[in-house]
Design a protein around this ligand. Structure first.
Ligand code: SAH
Ligand code: SF4
Length: 354
């Protein structure tokens, strides 16, 4: 198994190079190229000093690899602000990364797994099933890809959401390591407060974030206000019931004193009535919460329809009247299936593993 250079933290990269007799300064140069400049071709760097060059020539492509994910396809959305990329991993699996532009700030929505094991009925990634976890470098590489694209347009990547394919807290260690690398001020330097992790409700992961006082924003996908209602949409509710999830959120809230963003996908006739809204308000009482309402995006494998605008407005008002800040999320990239829950790649199980 080769060493993937993008998997390594600054200290790990330095340890790797100094163990081979290089100076710490060489490691800093390489780190700068990998993570600050996000250069794609390390051997093409003519300015590297001979020891580093020689080391790279000896190792790259044999026992060391970089993660530069080639674009399999890219699809700009007609709204001109959203761009979806299908990126290819070393084992030919494909994952999706979406760049969303809002005035003055750009956000990348990145994947943490190829496929997803959680099987949410309304989600295209859930419908495709689980393929594998992404390594830290494969998560980092999506961020660098988005930064390079934006740089060409004279823009900077400011925000990151882990809301692409996969369940981040099911791949906890790799995700947290990747975020440490991405937020390193010597590299991509995206501040922890600009990074949001969205989870379907993996209770042990939420409790671990609370324990570690994790500096990233936490978003929890709720979607159901009773155990049965939620389990019908999110099979993972059987493993981590709503009651346990809410109590984990309370623990998180108390330990970290941070706000939690709760996502609620509005599905016509399924979870969009005033009763649902009142139950949500009751569930979240006492938690520092912000509710994001997401109109359902259609996927091939689910018959549900998005709620009528009026139902969404009523829902919105009830939550707000209960004293909980609430927003209806702007829709982006629906025409190119880059909206929430529309991300999927063709499963590619027969290719050799990394
Ligand atoms: N696995 C994580 C993060 C990826 S999904 C999670 O579930 O939170 C990102 C968000 O998109 C989640 O809130 C999810 O519930 C929502 N989503 C999934 N499918 C959707 C769809 N078809 N329409 C609208 N939102 C959807
Ligand atoms: Fe996985 Fe999130 Fe999709 Fe559920 S909504 S299947 S957890 S990616």
């Amino acid at each position: 198994m080769p060493t993937h250079l993008h998997d390594l933290t600054f200290d790990e990269l330095r340890a790797l190079l100094t163990a081979d007799g290089l100076k710490p300064a060489h490691a800093a140069t390489l780190w700068n190229s990998l993570h600050f400049k996000a250069d794609t071709d390390q051997l093409g760097r003519t300015d590297f000093l001979p020891p580093l060059r020689k080391w790279l020539e000896a190792h790259l492509g044999s026992d060391c690899q970089t993660d530069v994910l080639p674009i399999a396809t890219q699809t700009p959305s007609s709204d001109g602000l959203t761009r979806k990329y299908l990126l290819k991993l070393h084992d030919s699996q494909e994952i999706e990364t979406v760049i969303m532009g809002y005035t003055g700030r750009h956000t990348a929505c990145i994947s943490t797994q190829a496929g997803c094991a959680m099987g949410c009925v309304f989600c295209a990634t859930g419908q495709m099933g689980f393929v594998r976890h992404l390594r830290p470098g494969e998560i980092v590489a999506q961020v660098h890809h988005a930064r390079r694209v934006l740089r060409e347009h004279g823009e900077r990547l400011r925000n990151l959401v882990l809301m692409g394919m996969g369940e981040p807290l099911h791949n906890y260690d790799n995700v947290m390591k990747a975020l440490g690398i991405i937020s390193d001020t010597r590299g991509a330097n995206i501040g922890p407060s600009k990074i949001s992790i969205s989870t379907v409700g993996v209770v042990p992961g939420i409790l671990r974030m609370a324990e570690e006082n994790s500096p990233y924003n936490l978003a929890v996908s709720l979607h159901g206000s009773t155990e049965a209602e939620r389990a019908a949409l999110i099979p993972a509710n059987q493993r981590w019931p709503l009651s346990d999830l809410i109590s984990a959120c309370r623990t998180y809230s108390e330990k970290t004193d941070r706000k939690i963003f709760f996502a609620w996908t509005l599905i016509a006739g399924v979870n969009d009535t005033p009763d649902h809204a009142h139950r949500v308000a009751t569930l979240l009482a006492g938690i520092q919460a912000h509710v994001n309402l997401i109109p359902l995006n259609e996927t091939a494998g689910y018959e549900g329809r998005e709620s009528a605008e009026t139902a969404g407005d009523v829902f919105h008002r009830i939550i707000q009247d209960a004293g909980i800040p609430c927003t209806i999320r702007q829709r982006r990239g629906i025409d190119v299936a880059a909206g929430c829950g529309q991300l999927k790649a063709v499963r590619n199980r027969d290719k050799k593993a990394v």
